[in-house]
Write a protein that binds this ligand. Structure first.
Ligand code: HEM
Length: 84
């Protein structure tokens, strides 16, 4: 996931910037169920768009597409995530 998300601490065969890709099902219910809106492995992202913007490494291209898409499409993407 790139240097931005690295904690510099390898675990087993995973390097410091490799993370388990989490399922996104139910992510729209995070606040209802967990009473917070923090995302990523250490909770650093204060919302869904911020979580996407932290993507790097193998996910860099996907992040770039989100950054470059029309604002309306980005808003629809976030609405989709919130619907999961
Ligand atoms: C536009 C496409 C994508 C969207 C909307 C998206 C969305 C998200 C969101 C919302 C999270 C936070 C999940 C949570 O905290 O429970 C997340 C985490 C993550 N995503 Fe993506 N993602 C996308 C593309 C990708 C791609 C292409 C990869 C891998 C090549 C990837 C790998 C990961 C990983 C490993 C995490 C966990 C990182 C961590 O906890 O620090 N994602 N993604």
């Amino acid at each position: 996931m790139g240097e931005g998300l690295s904690d510099g601490r390898p675990t087993g065969s995973a390097s410091g910037n490799e993370w388990k890709t989490p399922p996104l099902w139910g992510i729209g219910l995070t606040e209802t169920v967990n009473n917070h809106r923090f995302f990523l492995h250490d909770g650093r992202a204060r919302g869904l768009l911020e979580a996407v913007l932290w993507h790097g490494g193998e996910a860099e291209a996907a992040k770039t597409r989100v950054v470059e898409m029309p604002a309306k499409d980005r808003a629809n993407l976030i609405r989709f995530l919130e619907s999961l």
